[in-house]
Write a protein that binds this ligand. Structure first.
Ligand SMILES: Cc1ncc(COP(=O)(O)O)c(C=O)c1O
Length: 396
């Protein structure tokens, strides 16, 4: 009786969950045009299941998963030009950025020459185009986040950074693929400044980390950003964005062995992560993606995303829309407010930047057919507007 009742209960719960899930918008539907995540590889989903009970935060019982994590960090280190990297799999870019600034704090006496006064408030300098995780860091860590202005290409202005440095600066952040525009800061220039001032340099490549190395292989002209640049101390890179892994998965890589840790006697020693209990499933997923795709697989994915980005930008240009030249698979363009609003109303998941440009992220789940439909919808709305008809009648 009990077995039968449990069976029914299980079925009911799963039906309820499926009904909730129906409300979610799936990547495969093709309407999601401004997410930085995508449909993960099937093998990543399968890999995750194997490790569903493993806690990467407890080394006593996660020897296998810890090994996997090391292998992933080493492999991604190769993509980022570092042969002996340290680091962790995290929950995403936010956690990785927090860990980087924690590390800057942990190592600050060594890095900034001990010039900071004992009780002064620490400061970090970030580009004004940075991700909002740095505002959270300010709140969380009690750090002053100074925002350096950007140039016309939405890259940080080096003179602005120089002007903000003072004896309380513990870190400078550069972005390789910023969230709104995809532009890449002059990391070589920032590194030069940081080397001279002995300041920790973190690169937020949460999005661009799985794009730029492959753009380079495809001979795109894109700036250097990785550990090949002397002075880069850490890089955040997200497998759950262009790395094709399941959510949640980020990564933080350090050039040197991180200093931050806390002693936890009941876990048998040092604990270096931010989260205590940490899922091993994303590490397994990451391993699967890296092995399944290899460098060639990632090159192919980035190539297709760039071709589709070009297809969209050409299509928009042909319709007379002003676009910003994309650096990677993020496209910004001008669009009339009522057309933008109508696109949103008809189910397109698109977004706007803080400067008012429409923002599209062409991820691997976005196919040419989806872009064609999107372009067609815009064209129809533009024609309607020209004919002074109400901008309403878009059929699916
Ligand atoms: C450049 C950059 N850094 C950090 C993050 C934060 O990543 P997550 O949402 O995985 O915490 C994002 C997210 O879009 C990002 O674009």
């Amino acid at each position: 009786m009990k077995i039968e009742a449990d069976k029914i209960k299980r079925r009911e719960i799963l039906t309820e969950l499926r009904n909730f899930h129906k409300k979610d918008i799936l990547f495969s539907g093709g309407k999601v045009l401004s997410s930085m995540c995508t449909k993960p590889l099937k093998i990543a989903e399968e890999a995750q299941k194997i490790f569903k009970e493993t806690n990467l935060g407890d080394k006593r019982i996660s020897e296998g998963a810890t090994e996997i994590e090391k292998i992933c960090i080493r492999q991604v280190g190769k993509f980022l030009n570092l042969h002996n990297p340290y680091g962790f799999i995290t929950s995403g870019g936010t956690e990785s950025n927090i860990l980087a600034i924690m590390e800057a704090r942990a190592g600050r006496t060594e890095k900034n020459n001990g010039r900071m006064a004992e009780n002064a408030k620490e400061e970090i300098i970030v580009p004004e185009t940075c991700h909002f995780s740095f505002d959270k860091i300010s709140f969380l860590m009690g750090i002053d986040v100074r925002k350096a202005s950007a140039d016309k290409n939405f890259c940080v202005d080096l003179d602005a950074v120089k002007g903000l440095i003072n004896k309380n600066t513990i870190a400078v952040v550069g972005i390789a693929g910023n969230t709104e525009y995809g532009s890449v800061d002059d990391i070589e220039g920032l590194a030069q400044i940081c080397r001279a001032e002995k300041i920790y340099l973190h690169v937020d490549a949460a999005f661009g980390g799985f794009v730029i190395p492959f753009l380079k292989k495809l001979k795109y002209n894109v700036r250097n950003f990785d550990f090949g640049i002397e002075g880069v101390d850490s890089i955040a890179i997200d497998p759950h964005k262009m790395g094709m892994n399941i959510i949640p998965s980020g990564m933080i890589l350090f050039r040197k062995e991180p200093k931050f840790s806390v002693g936890v006697s009941y876990l048998g020693g040092k604990h270096e992560r931010l989260l205590g209990t940490s899922p091993a499933g994303p590490a397994a997923g990451c391993y699967a993606c890296l092995k399944f795709l290899g460098e060639d697989g990632y090159i192919k994915i980035v190539k297709e995303c760039m071709e589709n980005t070009k297809y969209l930008s050409e299509g928009l240009k042909n319709q007379g829309t002003q676009i910003l030249n994309p650096v990677m698979n993020i496209l910004n363009f001008n669009i009339r407010k009522e057309i933008y609003n109508r696109l949103v109303e008809t189910g397109w998941i698109i977004s706007k930047t803080s400067t008012g440009y429409a923002r599209i992220v062409i991820m691997p789940h976005t196919k040419k057919a989806h872009i064609k439909k999107f372009l067609n919808d815009i064209k129809q709305l533009m024609e309607n507007a020209k004919n002074k008809k109400r901008v309403v009648d878009l059929s699916d």
